[in-house]
Design a protein around this ligand. Sequence first.
Ligand code: IMP
Length: 295
Amino acid sequence: MKAWLCSRNAHKARELERLLPGFAIEPLSADDYPPETGETYYANARAKADFGRERSGGREWVLAEDSGIEVSALGGRPGVESARYAPEGAPAIEKLLGELDGVRDREARYVSELVLLTPDGEELRGTGTLEGRIAEEPRGREGFGYDPVFVPEGETRTVAELGDDWKERHSHRARAARALAAALGVAVVLAGCGGTDPTSKRVLRAFFSGGRAARSLGQRFPHDPGTLPCTVYVKGVKLQASCSTDISLVRPARAVVTLTEAWNHGATAHTWFFFIRRDGTVQSVIQEGAPAPRT
Ligand code: IMP
């Protein structure tokens, strides 16, 4: 399914495509996006989505996001004005570190608000936050924006050091995408197996116990979220899998469930997509990378 992303930020398009499996996210290029002058992330995201709906002809899926960083010692600034605080990258980081020079309270959080408009114009929303603190100096090369100075709660490295794979599982945008997916009637779970994120565990458990098809799927692909390694059965063959990523996508209105399992052997992750009929039988399997090891 194609969804237009109302953003000029190529990083966001890449991140969101990884976060919303089943959607091909295409950035909507336009020079005249409405100014982000709303008082809330939601107001800005909705304005971008309305603009995108009009530009794309009104009958397409449209996705919009607004995000920002809120710093406690600055009374929550730059917040909804993050994009206008200073030019993104080094200048914004320099300004932020300057404002926090000598300040001991480094508490901060990222916020992401997603708005999805269906072809019928129905609005679905997802919000996500990531708590953390501002480092004394920039470190790391991945991510974008304030990532080189943002250290998530419970971590010692910055988001730019933790990298894009970490972001895909834990970022404010990842959390907003999961909330959006839940609103869509879709269960999307990242880092279900081996992941310690309580929300993923809860959603995964709820998914595998909700309804006959999902229960049958759960029997076929038994999961115990949060455990490593996990065991997966494919055509009756038992596979030991060290799942680093586990995405389950169910659209109740459709006859297909997509289950993605990634196995790590050595440094490589292999992904299999199982297209499963509603009765739980496998319709087809698409495989990326080499086969998972058989044990
Ligand atoms: P907007 O959502 O396009 O208005 O931009 C929000 C601004 O917040 C970006 O330009 C970044 O400066 C910052 N921001 C939002 N998300 C992230 C992130 O994941 N990493 C780093 N900075 C971010």
